[in-house]
Design a protein around this ligand. Structure first.
Ligand code: NAP
Length: 265
């Protein structure tokens, strides 16, 4: 842990116990940030924070349900009490339901919306209140699925499209209020994490990884570290003029969907 792009910053990462959130927390600590790693699974959050501290990084874990306003109020108050002020907020926690329209109940739709949409709305709301005139950087995890549609993802797509636009509304409102808070969205494509292991069977050696990779211009699945590197950049002062942006981390899928280089005739 010897780099310093985020030295002196306090960063809150939601859903940090595993997958992309854990990689972001690790990468931010490596760059000198003190990380507040939150998750609905407290033992898993504790374990992830321990692993970061073992590598010499600064990290504390907190229980957090991003869909619950009281939980946000408690996490922000505790962050301010222990660490002074919040500089970076990564709204990463999210859930995926893969189900046809016919099989998606209204309850399913609301469950996805509660975490992915309400959770990011609340993060922006409490993040603004905490950062205020001091300013900071808010980074929201949308998705490739927040840019284009996919079968069997009606609830997820609705929530990730909302994250994309909430980011831009927040950016506009910060500007109109004169608050130096940058707001950007990150759009991962197909990333190998516990979420996609559960839904698509990645990493099981069944050939499914290769099947997905063959439809990706970069010819491989993304890693949580690929996404974390982009988040660290957007969070850092190097990106001080990057505001309201949507950064694809998708190996080129959106730019050139399902095309593979062909040998010349
Ligand atoms: P993941 O492996 O499922 O990890 C998500 C973490 O969030 C888990 O630790 C989960 O806890 C936690 N969480 C769930 N509900 C929560 C809540 N209400 N409050 C706080 N934490 C909660 O997912 P991931 O693949 O790393 O995805 C991270 C983000 O990237 C998500 O927003 C996802 O939509 C987005 N994304 C992922 C991909 C991809 O290919 N993986 C692509 C595009 C976008 P539990 O384990 O206890 O549920």
């Amino acid at each position: 842990m010897h780099m310093n792009k985020l030295n002196g910053k306090v960063a809150l990462v939601t859903g940090g116990a595993r997958g992309i959130g854990a990689a972001i927390a690790f990468a931010m600590a490596k760059e000198g940030a003190t990380v507040v790693l939150t998750d609905i699974d407290k033992p898993a959050a504790d374990a992830a924070a321990d692993a970061i501290r073992k590598e010499g990084g600064g990290c504390i874990a907190m229980l957090h349900d991003v869909s619950n306003p009281a939980s946000w109020a408690a996490v922000i108050a505790e962050t301010e009490r222990q660490l002074g002020a919040l500089d970076i907020l990564v709204n990463n926690a999210g859930i995926l339901v893969v189900r046809s329209i016919a099989q998606t109940s209204l309850e399913d739709f609301h469950r996805v919306s509660a975490v992915n949409t309400d959770g990011v709305f609340l993060g922006i709301k409490y993040g603004f209140a905490s950062m205020g005139k001091r300013g900071g950087s808010i980074i929201n995890l949308s998705s490739l699925g927040g840019m284009i549609g996919a079968a069997n993802q009606i609830a997820y797509g609705a929530s990730k499209g909302a994250v994309r636009l909430m980011t831009k509304c927040a950016m506009a409102e910060a500007a109109s209020l004169g608050l130096p808070i940058r707001c950007n969205s990150i759009h991962p494509g197909v990333i190998h994490t516990p979420m996609t292991e559960a839904h698509y069977g990645f990493g099981a050696g069944t050939g499914v990884d290769e099947m997905f990779a063959s439809a990706i211009p970069s010819n491989r699945l993304g890693t949580a570290q690929d996404v974390a590197a982009a988040v660290v950049y957007i969070a850092s002062d190097e990106a001080s003029y990057v505001n309201g942006a949507e950064l694809m981390v998708d190996g080129g899928i959106l730019a050139a969907p399902i095309q593979k280089p062909k040998a010349p005739n």
